[in-house]
Design a protein around this ligand. Sequence first.
Ligand code: GLA
Length: 380
Amino acid sequence: MNYRHSSGVWLMAIPVAAIFAFAGEAAAETVAALSEACKGRLDIGVAVSALPGNYQQEELALLRRHFNTVTPENDMKLLHIQPREGSFNFEKTDAFVAFAEANHLKIVGHNLFWMRDDETPAWFFKDGDKTASREQVLKRMREHARAVAGRYRGKIACWDVANEALSDGDEFLRPSKWQSLIGDDGVEQAFRFAHEANPEARLVYNDYSIESPKKRAKLLCLLREFKDRGVPIHVVGIQGHWELDCVPFDDIEETIKAVGKLGVKVAITELDLGVVRRDRWWADGGKHQAELRKLDPYAGGCPSDVLRRQAEQYGRLFQILLKHTDTVERVTFWGLHDGRSWLNDWPWKRTDYGLIFDRRLQPKPAFFDIVAVMKANALK
Ligand code: GLA
């Protein structure tokens, strides 16, 4: 099982009584609506799965009150929507789109092509028992774009077209079948096919750590090349799965400025600020993983000083984003509240608190600090 896709198990993490003790809509209405506080400056989005059926009424009320944009967390990914060639699962995504439309929420399609092998169905790279040719893979990409981006043309106006294609290592592109079977122009082809399928859509390149100098250099190179070659791209998505006390504020600001100079917009597409550090998971060839699997320091609750630091860091981030609203157009949080976050399951099971609403749907200190930043910098 790919536990990156397992946010549906959240219910097991909280006592049954708590599920029915959610704050009601009336209580939620006593606080400012986040998307209202950000109006005219930033769109405020949230990633949700299997909308609306997977959510309680109170959660839907919270969503409608604070967010104006939604991203399907998993249901539109190639693995889910076309698990076998030519066989599409549109049931969940049609319901998602209908709910968003009925509630006047903008939709970000996520994502057309996640360019890593562990996130791509095996059939995509096969020709019977053999490996598929470049032509065959390109044909499949084109057909996938037509089937999915084409189906929602006029409904989904913004697409994460290529996800995580750049390498963390010394290579330019992530080593993968995407690269080895297509060659170096796979990302370009993805954008061309997306544009062909939905010519009005804003097209996003989405990745993690692209704010870091090493990966940023590759990103800028990709953007310059796209410009030279007339490849349609409108937005860079900085995913923003950061960790408490390690938010790379300066790198984020540098990246926004550099991307803006190239005439491309920026969105923070998958924001959370986890409080249980996970960087050691990948360190030293993974030798700490057995020990980390037992680590769940805040199972009984998150200490108030941790929530305060988180609030300050969220506030500082929004201050930076506000300075650059000529370039930054949207912030999307990766989950509606702490009980709905992938951070509770990945890369190991724990109780994390990365979002701005808690498990009882109450706004956290981070929410209030963000609203305070927005108010202090209100449009005149
Ligand atoms: C990546 C993907 C998202 C999501 C997150 C967390 O960032 O772009 O769709 O899967 O990982 O799981």
